[in-house]
Write a protein that binds this ligand. Structure first.
Ligand code: PXL
Length: 278
C-alpha cells in the first residue's frame, strides 16, 4: 500500500485542509500520514472569531522522530501553512523526505478572488514562491499564481494571460503547473496544465456559485490520482469531476451549508475508480 504525507492545518469545522485530505486519500486507498501545522476552531474565511493554536514547535521534533524511524513516503503534499517560519521548516522537511522516486505537490493555499487570506502578507507570498520552486506539481488558483509571480491579477483575461502565468511558474522551478479556476467564457470552468512541453486544458460546465474548500478538494484528489498511477491529465480530470459532483451535492442546501461542500456524498466515485496501480 502507498503511504503519503500531507502537511497542513486542522480546521476543526469547515471542510478544508486535513479534514478533506484524509477522507479523500483514504477513499483512494492511500495510507496518509499527517503533520498538522496548527489547530483552528474553523477555517478563516466567512467565520468570525476563530481560534488558532500554532504547532510550529512540534514540526522539527516530529520530523526528527520520523527520520530516526527511517519512514519513507511515496508522495508529499503541502497545503495551507500558518506562517513564513513554517514555510522554511516545510522546505527542510521536503528536502529530507523527497527522493528520486516520490513526488512533491505544493498547494500554495493563501489567496483567492484577488486577495490574500487574512493571515498573510506579501512576504509570506514570496516565501511560498520559493516552496513552489522545488515542487514537482503546483496547483495555484489565478490569484495565488499572481502573488507568487508578482503579476497583476485580472478578472477578465485571455488565453495568452493564462499561458504566460503557466510558463512563468514553470520557469520559477515547478516541474508541472496546474492553474485552477480558469474560465474563458461564462459556460466553462476548469484547469490549465503545463508540463514544460505542452499546455492543455480540462474545462467543464460552469456552476454559477462559488464554494469554499474546493481548492483543497481538487488538490487532494489530484494528488491521490497521481499516487495511484494516473497521468497529470487523467488525475486533473478526475479531480475536476469530483469537485463538480461535490458542488452539485451542495447546491440545494447552501443556506445552511455555506462553509464548504458535501464531498462525502461523492467519495464512492473515488473508491470505485479503476486506477493504474494497486
Ligand atoms: O481552504 C484553504 C484553507 C485551509 N485552512 C485554513 C483556511 C483556508 C482558507 O481560507 O482558512 C485555516
Amino acid at each position: 500500500m502507498e503511504k503519503v504525507l500531507t502537511i497542513q492545518d486542522i480546521s476543526c469545522i469547515g471542510q478544508c485542509s486535513i479534514t478533506v485530505a484524509l477522507p479523500i486519500l483514504s477513499s483512494m486507498g492511500i495510507e496518509t500520514a499527517i503533520m498538522p501545522t496548527a489547530v483552528l476552531s474553523t477555517h478563516t474565511a466567512f467565520f468570525q472569531g476563530f481560534t488558532c493554536k500554532d504547532l510550529t514547535d512540534q514540526m522539527e521534533p516530529i520530523k526528527k522522530h520520523w527520520q530516526k524511524e527511517q519512514f519513507k513516503f511515496s508522495g508529499l503534499y503541502t497545503g495551507y501553512l500558518a506562517s513564513t517560519e513554517q514555510i522554511n521548516i516545510v522546505k527542510d522537511i521536503i528536502q529530507t523526505f523527497k527522493n528520486d522516486h516520490n513526488i512533491y505537490l505544493c498547494d500554495p493555499a493563501m489567496a483567492d478572488n484577488g486577495k490574500l487570506y487574512p493571515a498573510f502578507d506579501l512576504n509570506f507570498a514570496k516565501n511560498m514562491a520559493s516552496l513552489c520552486a522545488i515542487s514537482d506539481y503546483i496547483v495555484p488558483n489565478i490569484t495565488e499564481a499572481c502573488f507568487i509571480l508578482g503579476e497583476a491579477y485580472k478578472e477578465e483575461y485571455d488565453q495568452k494571460y493564462i499561458e504566460t502565468l503557466l510558463i512563468k511558474l514553470h520557469q520559477l522551478g515547478a516541474k508541472n503547473v496546474l492553474l485552477t479556476g480558469v474560465k474563458f467564457n461564462d459556460n466553462e470552468l476548469g484547469v490549465a496544465m503545463y508540463d514544460g512541453k505542452k499546455i492543455t486544458y480540462y474545462l467543464r460546465k460552469k456552476i454559477n456559485k462559488m464554494f469554499h474548500g474546493t481548492g483543497d478538494i481538487f488538490a487532494s484528489c489530484f494528488f491521490g490520482g497521481l499516487i495511484r498511477g494516473l497521468s497529470m491529465k487523467e488525475a486533473a480530470k478526475l479531480a475536476v469531476e469530483f469537485v463538480v459532483s461535490s458542488i452539485e451535492e451542495t447546491l440545494d442546501v447552501v443556506d445552511t451549508h455555506w462553509y464548504g461542500v458535501r464531498f462525502e456524498r461523492c467519495l464512492k466515485m473515488l473508491t470505485n475508480y479503476k486506477y493504474q496501480n494497486e
